[in-house]
Unconditional design. Structure first.
Length: 90
């Protein structure tokens, strides 16, 4: 499912779907995929906004604690948006 499909198909989780256990919903996998597709384009911006910019400080701190040197190599598996990878590269 693309981001456009996710955003044009209405709410991913309706109020009635959330009255029960959403983990027991037959189409949970598709709903989760749609939810992530819908937020992917604005995730970094929203992360900055909701954390008041602290997310960048947390990544810088994590990179400093990793003590990665110029000759070291880093493999970031499932890096998400790549923000931490970018901080490690600096």
């Amino acid at each position: 499912m693309t981001r456009d499909q996710a955003s044009s198909s209405g709410p991913i989780w309706s109020a009635s779907a959330l009255t029960g256990d959403p983990h027991q919903t037959a189409d949970k996998a598709n709903r989760v995929k749609a939810m992530f597709a819908a937020i992917a384009g604005s995730y970094d911006r929203n992360n900055r906004l909701h954390s008041l910019g602290r997310d960048q400080a947390w990544r810088r701190r994590a990179a400093a604690l990793a003590s990665i040197g110029p000759a070291d190599r880093v493999l970031d598996v499932a890096c998400g948006t790549g923000d931490l990878t970018e901080a490690l590269a600096r």
